[in-house]
Write a protein that binds this ligand. Structure first.
Ligand code: ACO
Length: 427
């Protein structure tokens, strides 16, 4: 027998269906609640609201589990490469050799960005933040690819997906070169996805960029760890923008803007800035822990806490290990790392953080690795965006294929009730 929940509103009972997911997550389906009772549910920040059914990513924040399409993040980070994971997220299965080769070649074929886009980027001041530039450039791509995607055509959908996967890392690299006042490089088609990104970011003049395997492997892993995280702020943004049938590039551009904020992807930049501030202040971690606990002080410990993980973020565990390896292999001795370790130790033993289940999140360590790789702080969130791109695409594709309705939350109005207009001389 189908399970139901009963809700009583002002003495009247309503039965609502219960939906159970493949990992036994339970939801009360309230789609008919308003039409039956006139009432809506209220959930600011959507802390308890499922906005969709999705078959892409499973995460259990209490147990610290994260899986893409059923595969554990630990296994994927160890055994797969980024494009394999991108294919898995978007199309649902791991690619075989020929599928992966074709995917790779199709991406290569689309990696040239229209020369006129260089004129667009030239118009930005050098002070522009790379995330703002990336969001604008991604949106500008729509002008150079005006045809909207017919989602009923698998072929058209595939071509749009390949295009954005190909061009996005080029745009990402350009945001850095623009900032440094350097020439904008095109993709070198002899290099892999990650190698090519690094070359486009760091090559100096015509001197060939020397790849470092440690850096390439670590970046590949970081991109995998960031590739999807179910209905987070930027992904929900991509889905909701796409639900109006805005195109893929426009939806991704909105996702980039959502990711930028310091409470979301911008936290990796904020972590390093916080660690720098602690260092400049003399390195007293306890002082900053106390500031974070003080309710009259707006300071928060950046890189700590997560909306859904109330246990160690499984990605943070992998990144922490990778950070130790990368720093050892690159021979980096970074005082910021010592401060980070001190902060982590104090926070994990402090009752305030224990009670609120505030653990270091993925961004606490990712900034440290990016920094060791020589990636400037302002580019950290751009790197996150490159990693998150396959997730955004997968979620957009799923939303369109499932023919989800336009996203349009309701509200409870708490403003003035009707009142009479007063002429200006009477106010
Ligand atoms: N430092 C100090 N206190 C914190 C922190 C923190 N980083 N995070 C949460 N708290 C406290 C809150 O003050 C609150 O305390 P209270 O119950 O006494 O009022 C309690 O913990 C719960 O916090 P909420 O803000 O309600 O938790 P929410 O789930 O809404 O927020 C968030 C999660 C935004 C990630 C928050 O923990 C935060 O601001 N962290 C710092 C920013 C950060 O690292 N963001 C990256 C997230 S990971 C990602 O997006 C990839």
């Amino acid at each position: 027998m189908a399970k139901v929940a009963t809700i009583e509103i002002e003495g009247k009972k309503y039965e609502l269906p219960i939906v159970v997911g493949s990992e036994n997550e339970t939801a009360v389906d309230i789609t008919q609640l308003r039409s039956q009772s006139g009432a809506i549910t209220l959930d600011p920040g959507y802390k308890n609201t499922g906005a969709c059914e999705s078959a892409i990513t499973f995460l259990d924040g209490e147990k610290g589990i994260l899986r893409y399409r059923g595969y554990s993040i630990e296994e994927l980070a160890e055994k797969a490469d980024f494009l394999e994971v991108a294919y898995l997220l978007i199309f649902g299965e791991l690619p075989n050799k020929s599928q992966l080769d074709n995917f790779y070649t199709d991406i290569l074929d689309q990696s040239i960005v229209n020369e006129d886009m260089k004129t667009v980027i030239k118009g930005f001041p050098e002070s522009a933040h790379p995330m703002g530039v990336l969001s604008s450039l991604t949106s500008a791509l729509t002008a150079f690819n005006p045809k909207s995607v017919n989602v009923d055509s698998e072929e058209e959908m595939y071509r749009a997906i390949v295009k954005i996967l190909a061009k996005f890392p080029v745009l990402a690299a350009w945001t850095l070169r623009k900032k440094k006042g350097e020439d904008l490089l095109n993709r070198d088609t002899n290099l892999g996805y990650v190698e090519s990104l690094l070359r486009m970011m760091f090559q100096k003049g015509t001197k060939p960029y020397k790849q470092n395997k440690t850096v390439v492997d670590a970046l590949d892993k970081l991109l995998i760890l960031h590739a999807d995280h179910e209905q987070n702020c930027s992904t929900s943004t991509v889905r909701i923008v796409g639900s109006s049938h805005a195109g893929l590039f426009a939806s991704i551009s909105a996702g980039v803007s959502a990711l930028w904020g310091p409470l979301h992807g911008g936290a990796n930049q904020a972590v390093i800035e916080m660690l720098e501030e602690i260092k400049a202040d003399g390195g007293d971690t306890t002082k900053f822990i106390n500031k974070a606990k003080d309710k009259d002080d707006p300071f928060r410990l950046m890189g700590f806490g997560h909306r859904v993980y109330k246990n160690f973020d499984p990605r943070a565990k992998i990144i922490k290990k990778a950070a130790d390896e990368v720093l050892a292999q690159l021979g980096v001795d970074d005082p910021i790392l010592e401060i980070a370790k001190g902060l982590e130790k104090v926070a994990l033993e402090d009752q305030y953080f224990i009670d609120r289940k505030l653990y270091p999140n993925v961004d606490f360590y990712s900034g440290i690795i990016y920094r060791a790789m020589g990636i400037p702080t302002e580019m950290f969130t751009v790197m996150f965006a490159v990693g998150r791109l396959p997730g955004w695409i997968a979620q957009w594709r799923e939303m369109r294929l499932r023919k989800e309705p336009i996203g349009r939350p309701r509200q409870i109005y708490i403003g003035e009730t009707q009142r009479k207009f007063k002429m200006i001389e009477n106010r």
